[in-house]
Design a protein around this ligand. Structure first.
Ligand code: FE2
Length: 293
């Protein structure tokens, strides 16, 4: 697959950090128009109380309104397991199409079983407005965006490349953070390594934007780096580390990790494109499958 890289195209990127989930959401603006996209928005949840609020999403909406931008796309780099997407809330207020990788169907099948969903839960990705395949492109105003299929962390992970800015989701973390886990159902460390190689084949000065940062070793939160920096310094894959080494390391490390605190609500909501499921009376309701995950 050869991708249509255009380093001369330089979108404006505004980041929004959510300290509750260490997620970074982005508004990406076409430099030649008022059009923009949102990448990986966050809906706030107090899981203990079963309470959902929208402070994070409202900050994004306010930014878009203040700058009089037209929201064309609301992108999910993958089905997140650690935070809930605010895509439908933002779409209600500002419009735009919700897009994700077409392997969402695999994720929906897997977790449809985990949560014992009935037949009313469609496993065909139809909750989303667009499903992307490797090499697909779409436009944000006059800005041509392309997607790279980068599975491994999950089966539906996509990297979105907007000019000289690539939104890598959870394939990579900052160089001192390494890479994301590959042990969720459908995850695969060898596949993750191959996906990371695809990203590292982009031009050295491609800007890379992370979905998460945890400030390792007490450093301040950061979310932007470059291909060159990751190639040289990434603690899991930098310096030409082999696939075999990576898989061994990643597998051992993943075996020590606890489940993300919000995995149970996140998957139920995110596999529905950010809609909260409802019970038979139409009330918003989440399930907790016992001894299943
Ligand atoms: Fe993730």
């Amino acid at each position: 697959m050869s991708y249509q890289v255009n380093m001369a195209l330089k979108p404006e990127v505004e980041a929004f950090f959510d300290p509750a989930t260490n997620t970074i959401s982005y508004v990406v603006k076409d430099p030649a128009s008022k059009s923009c996209a949102v990448v990986d928005s966050v809906m706030d949840i107090d899981y203990a109380a079963g309470r959902i609020t929208y402070d994070n999403a409202d900050a994004i909406i306010e930014f878009i309104q203040k700058n009089e931008l037209d929201l064309e796309w609301i992108i999910e780099t993958h089905v997140h397991a650690d935070h809930l997407s605010a895509a439908p809330y933002i779409q209600d207020k500002l419009g735009g199409k919700i897009g994700i990788g077409d392997q969402i169907m695999v994720v929906q099948n897997t977790f449809g079983k985990v949560f014992n969903e009935g037949t009313e839960f469609q496993r065909d990705g139809s909750q989303f407005d667009a499903l992307f395949k490797d090499g697909d492109s779409y436009d944000v105003g006059s800005m041509r965006v392309f997607v790279i299929y980068t599975p491994g962390h999950t089966p539906a992970c996509m990297t979105h490349v907007m000019g000289n800015a690539a939104f890598v989701g959870d394939t990579l973390f900052m160089p001192d953070g390494g890479s994301a886990r590959a042990d969720f159902p459908g995850g695969d460390a060898a596949m993750l390594y191959q996906s990371i190689q695809k990203i590292l084949e982009l031009p050295d000065d491609m800007r890379l934007f992370m979905c998460h940062d945890y400030g390792p070793n007490g450093r301040e939160i950061r979310w932007e780096t470059t291909v060159a920096d990751e190639k040289a310094h990434n603690i899991h894959v930098g310096g030409g580390r082999s696939e075999e080494e990576f898989v061994r390391f990643r597998t051992e490390r993943d075996a020590t990790l606890d489940m993300p605190k919000l995995i149970i609500p996140s998957l139920q909501v995110n596999m529905r494109a950010g809609e909260v499921p409802t019970d038979k009376d139409g009330r918003p309701m989440l399930k907790v499958p016992v001894n299943t995950l």
